[in-house]
Design a protein around this ligand. Structure first.
Ligand code: TXA
Ligand code: MG
Length: 332
């Protein structure tokens, strides 16, 4: 791991960061809110490493950072309200959750299989880096899961150390609080996470009150955690040891289960048994399996170590029937 200051030799820092990102590596970088742990948002393997390095027990969808409104619009669909917010508050501490353009290149793991994407345009060095790199960067806060967000390069080093390839030191983060996350619904703006941009500032621009989710089952900060988001229409059996004739089998490391010779299709999450590769393939394989009219999707047991914990978490959600309240929240 290398630590590079961004102020003394900005050019060298930009160049090195682009090399690391293009090679699928992880770069901790300063933004105005907090330090981000960034990877190329289009590379499933690199994004899987983010979850691994942070020790996240589950695949939350990640914020994709862009360097311009034009780049943002290539990846998501903006309504008039979203446009006004972007024009007023970007670059800055505002994240917009928007419908995702399916073929835009952002990897399914980045958005955790959702049909929305969280986009933010940071300012300063982060913006220059993304502009130079040319593709969006997926970046959660650069801290271990469950720890406080890193607002200085030293925090990143203490938390993540050798697990990241490059730490860019830009001094203390100006805002030090994560971005405000909102979702637009026509003219209405819904607050998903309070953060560095005050709700009052948003209301001044839109001229109408920002709505908040009521507390209770629907008030889940990350809709990506809703079980119904992960439930395919086809019944899914996790930890399957047998398959029926009309099933799709999702396997791991070449494992065979009884009856799989009569399966409709067998998909291997990682032939070599690499959990990082398996994580990167999970959401897309579940979608493929769901699309082919199988009787059931049978998934072999996946090791529970490392990224396997998050894979098993997602499979358990997919196997569970959606709850009523979650289905309602999901409809909006
Ligand atoms: O300031 C920030 O927002 C920092 C810097 C690095 O940009 N990033 C950050 O990311 O705080 P993270 O991963 O710690 O938080 C992202 C939040 C999570 O709560 C996640 O569930 C939510 O954004 N999120 C991402 N995509 C979403 C989506 N499509 N719908 C709803 N929530 C989403
Ligand atoms: Mg965080």
């Amino acid at each position: 791991m290398t630590i590079l200051p961004i102020t003394t030799d900005t050019e060298a820092a930009l160049e090195r960061a682009c090399e690391v990102l293009a090679a699928g590596g992880l770069v901790a970088l300063p933004t105005e809110t907090v330090y981000g742990l960034a990877a190329d948002a289009t590379m499933g393997d690199a994004v899987a490493r983010i979850f691994e390095v942070k020790g996240r027990p589950a695949f939350n969808p990640l914020i994709c950072h862009v360097s311009s409104l034009a780049m943002a619009r290539r990846h998501a669909v903006f309504d008039a309200t979203a446009m006004r917010l972007a024009e007023n508050f970007w670059p800055g501490p505002l994240t917009l959750v928007l419908p995702f353009r399916p073929d835009c290149g952002i990897h399914g793991l980045t958005v955790a299989g959702l049909d929305t994407v969280a986009l933010r345009m940071p300012g300063g060095f982060a913006c220059d880096l993304i502009a130079r790199y040319g593709r969006p960067l997926a970046a959660p806060s650069a801290n271990l899961s469950g720890r406080i967000s890193a607002t200085r390069a030293e925090h990143v080093e203490a938390d993540l150390g050798e697990r990241v390839d490059l730490i860019l030191d830009g001094g203390p983060a100006a805002i030090g609080l994560e971005s405000t996350i909102v979702k637009t619904h026509g003219g209405a703006v819904e607050l998903l996470r309070p953060g560095g941009l005050a709700v009052e500032d948003i209301e001044r621009v839109t001229g109408s009150p920002v709505t908040r989710r009521e507390s209770g089952a629907a008030a889940i900060e990350a809709p990506g955690m809703l079980r119904s988001h992960y439930a395919p229409r086809t019944p899914l059996h996790a930890n399957a040891t047998t398959a029926s004739a009309n099933d799709v089998v999702i396997t791991f490391a070449g494992r065979r289960i009884s009856g799989d010779e009569h399966a409709l299709m067998v998909l291997d999450l990682s032939k070599s048994g690499d959990l990082r590769e398996a994580a990167a393939n999970l959401f897309s394989y579940m979608k493929r399996a769901d699309a082919c009219g199988a009787g059931a999707i049978s998934v072999v047991p996946i090791p529970a170590t490392g990224l396997g914990e998050a894979i098993n978490d997602r499979l358990a959600r997919a196997a569970a029937a959606p709850l009523e309240t979650e289905a309602a929240a999901h409809d909006d």
